[in-house]
Design a protein around this ligand. Structure first.
Ligand code: GLY
Ligand code: MN
Ligand code: MN
Length: 441
């Protein structure tokens, strides 16, 4: 466990997981749940491993994220068994002896060979086996039963108090990185240099960050998932769009900030998007359909485009004609937790798809919000050459002030992304709270 130890909340969390699994097994007609943590994967024709990513179903039970070849075996009403892989290895650092508040809750069997886990898994009855195909042991091939998976995924959207604490901690870990990135941008660093400053301030490396950070200077901010980090600084630093998170005990944060060089027009765009982002965060309330917040976001961003003289059209018409999607071509956000893009954003308890609004194929969340859910709210406005070219060829293109567009293109775009916890009352903005608490650098 990390700082601000939530040990006192862990047992209740584990009880909630067990109760959820009990219902899932009953629903699917299974006697046991087996969960593989996963296996290390290696580069083709070499023995170099890719970064290990734990099965989220495994880390839902306990805070182990660097532990391949482990298994949990759970039979309702019994203490769960943990086959804990601790090889005798002098090439790598093996996992330490089990320690932490979770240890007493498991019947731990230390194994030194991955194959030995099988001896600790139940043989009678029907088992739901969750994991990737590569994790199979003889007689224990993952079957990932749909009924079980759908149920667990759907209910994972409601966070336990323990999970909320871990997610708050993941925000606190990321925020110093964002402040360091801003300082590096202002000091004229390259994208790679800004990224290094981010990692140093969060205590992460590229291998254990929850996703590949997006660090885009200037026009690169217009590539939604810009995947490179230039090692050369550009001649001029107009803008930085950094989308980067942190992880604590397997729980992720996913934060985007955009910083500008003080140019008045870009500052006006930045302020306008931020104002709308805050208003949208305030809509994360019980009973609200996330799809409606997404559509409201389009209308509000349409208002920004009009007020700043970029598009001369009514925002409702901008939405219905698809024009706002040129400038905001992704969804408003997604559930987050054990995975950055957490599961079941658009499915119900039985895995049935809750449809996206027509014309919005990238929306990752279509559910109605309830207390305990955590979602991202990440509106953006971008100047994306390939989409603008298509818009120019359409009748709606006549309503665009192309001089304004060309003037702003060198700044790339704006995205502002926070995590928001839906409560019974006012929404809890996990990200803004962490920024407010952060010591001034
Ligand atoms: N970091 C990817 C996203 O914001 O969804
Ligand atoms: Mn996100
Ligand atoms: Mn993000």
């Amino acid at each position: 466990m990390n700082s601000q130890d939530p040990s006192h909340l862990y047992r209740a969390h584990l009880s909630a997981i067990k109760a959820r699994v009990d219902r899932a097994l009953e629903k699917g007609g299974f006697d046991h749940l087996l969960v593989a943590s996963g296996v290390e994967k290696f580069e083709f024709l070499d023995d170099r491993p890719y970064p290990f990513k734990t099965n989220a179903h495994f880390k839902a039970w306990l805070p182990l994220t660097r532990h391949p070849s482990c298994w949990i075996a759970y039979t309702p009403g019994r203490k769960p068994v943990l086959a804990y892989y601790q090889p005798d290895d002098y090439w790598h650092v093996p996992p330490t002896a089990p320690e932490g508040v979770w240890v007493d809750e498991f019947d731990i069997r230390v194994i030194t060979d991955p194959a030995d886990a099988a001896a600790h898994l139940p043989t009678g009855g029907k088992a739901a086996i969750l994991g990737e195909a590569d994790a199979a042991l003889p007689g224990f091939e993952p079957n990932n039963p749909k009924a079980v998976i759908d149920y667990l995924h759907y209910h994972r959207t409601w966070k336990t108090p323990y999970e909320l604490e871990r997610m708050r901690a993941a925000q606190r870990r990321a925020v110093p990185g964002h402040l360091a990135a801003r300082a590096a941008f202002q000091a004229g660093a390259s994208e790679a240099g800004i990224h290094a400053a981010y990692l140093a301030a969060t205590g992460h490396t590229d291998l254990d960050a929850p996703y590949n950070s997006i660090v885009g200077l200037n026009e690169h901010g217009a590539t939604l998932h810009y995947q490179y980090k230039d090692t050369q600084a550009p001649g001029r630093h107009r803008s930085l769009l950094i989308d980067a998170g942190a992880e604590v005990d397997g729980y992720a944060s996913d934060i985007t900030r955009t910083w500008g060089d003080g140019d008045a027009d870009f500052a006006a765009l930045l302020n306008a998007v931020e104002n709308e982002q805050l208003a949208l965060c305030d809509m994360v309330r019980p009973g609200k359909d996330y799809r409606d917040i997404h559509l409201e976001c389009h209308l509000r961003l349409g208002g920004v485009l009009r007020n700043l003289g970029i598009v001369d059209m009514d925002p409702g018409q901008m939405l219905s004609s698809g024009l706002t999607s040129t400038f905001f071509p992704h969804g408003l956000g997604h559930p987050i937790g054990l995975q950055v893009h957490d599961v079941a954003g658009f499915t119900d308890e039985d895995g049935q798809v809750i449809p996206r609004p027509d014309g919005h194929p990238y929306l990752r969340m279509t559910r109605t919000l309830e207390p305990g859910m955590v979602v991202t709210i990440e509106p953006g406005l971008y100047f994306i050459p390939t989409l603008l070219k298509k818009l120019r060829a359409r009748p709606e293109g006549k309503s665009v002030n192309w001089n304004r567009v060309e003037q702003l293109m060198p700044w790339g775009g704006v995205r502002i992304e926070d995590e928001v916890h839906c409560t019974d009352g006012a929404p809890e903005n996990l990200t803004r709270d962490a920024f407010a608490e952060a010591p001034t650098p």
